[in-house]
Design a protein around this ligand. Structure first.
Ligand code: SF4
Length: 217
């Protein structure tokens, strides 16, 4: 690692640790991971007693490549992302994710003051993040950190995460063309459910892994 990269990594580490500290004050179990491999290992060890594992449809989680490992261990994998599935089949899996043993999700934005911000089109992912599954592990790459308020984080998601996502998924929204949010009223609008999880939900074991690497959009 060259000096510049080392300094960038160090600088990001301080921000990641600040978010971890804030999340801890808000009741979450929060863990700093120096590398994606550490996040992978944490998930695999926490999945030991889980029979069913739900996947929230996250580029961050799929980038960790943890699904194959868990499948090999005989876990029931609840992932609605297979496009060979019919809509009914996908919805059925999403409903079962709501009561799975372990739910894995990415996060659209995480403030340094310890708030998780997410925007969904369907709402299945965010619903499973705060009630239903016995345990939830949220993984946030350093690129999801926002030094600002929850409203700043929402702006970050709408302007930096959703436009490329809309383009990737081939949704016909203005942002998929312009790269900017125009708070559209498109029939294919992706931004339909916005959540701010600012304290650990009372009855759900929510853990947050903050990783010193760019993960997802
Ligand atoms: S509100 Fe519409 S234009 Fe704005 S980010 Fe969401 S889908 Fe794109």
């Amino acid at each position: 690692m060259g000096l510049t990269e080392e300094l960038v990594t160090w600088s990001h580490e301080q921000k990641c640790r600040k978010a971890v500290e804030s999340l801890g004050k808000h009741g979450f179990i929060a863990v700093y991971c120096q590398t994606p491999q550490e996040a992978f290992d944490y998930i695999v060890s926490e999945a030991v007693d889980a029979g069913s594992i739900g996947f929230g449809g996250s580029m961050t989680i799929s980038g960790l490549k943890v699904e194959a490992q868990l499948r090999e261990q005989g876990k029931e994998i609840l992932n609605h992302g297979n496009h060979a599935l019919s809509l009914e089949e996908r919805l059925g899996i999403m409903r079962r994710q709501l009561t799975c043993d372990l739910f894995l999700a990415g996060c659209n934005a995480l403030t340094l003051s310890g708030e998780l911000i997410n925007i969904d089109a369907t709402g299945n992912r965010v619903a499973s993040m705060f009630f239903g599954p016995r345990k939830v592990i949220v993984v946030a790459g350093r690129n999801k950190l926002v030094d600002g308020s929850a409203q700043d984080a929402i702006k970050r998601v709408r302007n930096w995460a959703t436009p490329p996502n809309a383009k990737r998924l081939n949704f016909k929204t203005p942002c998929a063309t312009t790269g900017f949010c125009s708070d559209c009223n498109s029939p294919e609008r992706l931004c339909r459910v916005t959540t701010i999880i600012d304290r650990k939900p009372r009855f759900t074991d929510v853990r947050v892994l903050v990783v010193n690497a760019d993960l997802g959009l």
